[in-house]
Design a protein around this ligand. Structure first.
Ligand code: ATP
Ligand code: LTN
Length: 329
C-alpha cells in the first residue's frame, strides 16, 4: 500500500494523451494504494483564464475523474486551491530552489517561448507541483513522460531540503510512467505530443468528442507514403502513433496488431481504430453526463478537500517545525 498523488490541470479538452499517459494509471492504482487525485486549478492560472470558463473546466475534470472510474470511496478527489497547504509549502520550497534549474525546465522554455520576460507563474510552476507532491508524503506519482523533468526537480528539491532541515522533512517520491501510452503524439504532427493547447482541434481526440469528430480526426491523421503497416517510429511516426493508441486502448501488443493488418491499407487500420475509440469512449461519456449534472459532485469535492487538508496540515506543521517557522515558544 503506497501513497499515490497526481493532478490534472482544469484547462478543458482532456484528451487521449492525458488518459493513456496518466488517467488510466490513476484508476488502476486505486485498487491497492492510498490515492489522492487533485484538480490543479492554481497551475491553470499560470496562463490567464476566464473565471467562468475555469469554474466549468474544474467541474468537468472532476466529473471525468469519476466517469473514468476513480472512486471517491477509495480515493481522495479534491481541488488544489481548496487546500491552503499547497501555496504555503510552495513558498517554503521556493526558498530552496534556484533560478538556474527552473530556467532549464523544458515546459517553461516552451511556454515562455524564450521571451526575455515571462510570467513568474510559469517559471514557478514546477515548484508548486513539487509542493503538491511533497505535501502528502507521496511515494508514487503517475504521470506522462513529459513530466519526468518536473518529477526529477521535485526529488532534487526534497533531497536538498532534507539535507538542510532534517531527513524526516520530506518523503522522496518516484514517478510512474506507462510502458505503452506514456507519450501519445499529435495526429497532425507526430513529432510533437498530443496537447490540449494545440490550435488544430483535429490534432487530438478529446474524451468527450462525438463519434463524427473522432472519425474526422483519425481519418485526417498524418501518415506517410510507404503504404505498408509496420511499427517504425523513425520512418512512419504517424502510423506508429496510431498503432500505439490502438494497442493502449485494446491491450493488444503492437506486433499482433501489425500482423492483423498484414496486406491491408492505412484506411482499414484507421477505420477500425475509430470503432475501438468510439466503443471505449461512449460509456465514459454517458457516465460523465450523469455525474456532471448531479448534486453529488460538489459534495464529493468538499469531502475530498477536508480529507486532503487533514493530511496537509500535518505535513505543514512538521515542515514549519523543521524550518523553525511560526510561534513555537
Ligand atoms: P498542454 O498540452 O496544454 O501542456 P497537457 O495536455 O500536457 O497540457 P496536463 O494537464 O498538463 O495536460 O497533463 C495531464 C497529464 O497528462 C500529465 O500527467 C501529462 O504527463 C499527461 N499527458 C499530457 N499529454 C500527454 C501525451 N500526449 N501523452 C501521454 N501523456 C500525456
Ligand atoms: N504539471 C502536471 C500537472 C500537475 C501534477 C502535479 C502532476 C500539477 N501538480 C502533481 C502530478 C503531481 C502536468 O501534467 N502538466
Amino acid at each position: 500500500m503506497k501513497r499515490v498523488f497526481s493532478g490534472i490541470q482544469p484547462t478543458g479538452n482532456i484528451h487521449l494523451g492525458n488518459y493513456l499517459g496518466a488517467l488510466r494509471q490513476f484508476v488502476d492504482l486505486q485498487k491497492d494504494n492510498e490515492c489522492i487525485y487533485c484538480i490543479v486549478d492554481m497551475h491553470a492560472i499560470t496562463v490567464p483564464k476566464d473565471p467562468e470558463v475555469l469554474k466549468k473546466s474544474i467541474m468537468d475534470v472532476a466529473a471525468l475523474y469519476l466517469a473514468l472510474g476513480i472512486d471517491p470511496e477509495k480515493s481522495i478527489v479534491f481541488i488544489q486551491s481548496d487546500v491552503p497547504g499547497h501555496a504555503e509549502l510552495s513558498w517554503m520550497l521556493t526558498c530552496s530552489s534556484y533560478t538556474g534549474e527552473l530556467s532549464r525546465m523544458t515546459q517553461f522554455k516552451q511556454k515562455s517561448k524564450m521571451q526575455e520576460s515571462a510570467p513568474t507563474g510559469l517559471f514557478m510552476y514546477p515548484v508548486l507541483m513539487a509542493a503538491d507532491i511533497l505535501l502528502y508524503d507521496t511515494e508514487v506519482v503517475p504521470v506522462g513522460d513529459d513530466q519526468k523533468q518536473h518529477i526529477e526537480l521535485t526529488r532534487d528539491l526534497a533531497k536538498r531540503v532534507n539535507g538542510k532541515y532534517g531527513e524526516d522533512t520530506f518523503v522522496i517520491p518516484e514517478g510512474r510512467y506507462m510502458k505503452s501510452g506514456a507519450r501519445i503524439m499529435s495526429l497532425d504532427d507526430p513529432s510533437s505530443k498530443m496537447s490540449k493547447s494545440a490550435e488544430n482541434e483535429y490534432s487530438r481526440i478529446q474524451l468527450l468528442d462525438s463519434p463524427s469528430k473522432i472519425k474526422k480526426s483519425i481519418m485526417r491523421a498524418t501518415t506517410d507514403s510507404e503504404g505498408v503497416i509496420r511499427y517504425d517510429q523513425e520512418k512512419q511516426p504517424g502510423i506508429a502513433n496510431l498503432l500505439n493508441i490502438y494497442s493502449a486502448c485494446t491491450n493488444k501488443p503492437v506486433d499482433e496488431i501489425v500482423k492483423d493488418y498484414d496486406g491491408k491499407g492505412y484506411g482499414a487500420l484507421k477505420k477500425d481504430l475509430v470503432d475501438v475509440l468510439v466503443e471505449n469512449l461512449t460509456p465514459v461519456q454517458e457516465r460523465f453526463a450523469e455525474i456532471r449534472n448531479s448534486d453529488e459532485l460538489p459534495k464529493i469535492l468538499a469531502a475530498g478537500a477536508e480529507k486532503a487538508n487533514a493530511i496537509a496540515e500535518k505535513t505543514i506543521k512538521r515542515v514549519k517545525d523543521n524550518f523553525g517557522l511560526g510561534n513555537r515558544f
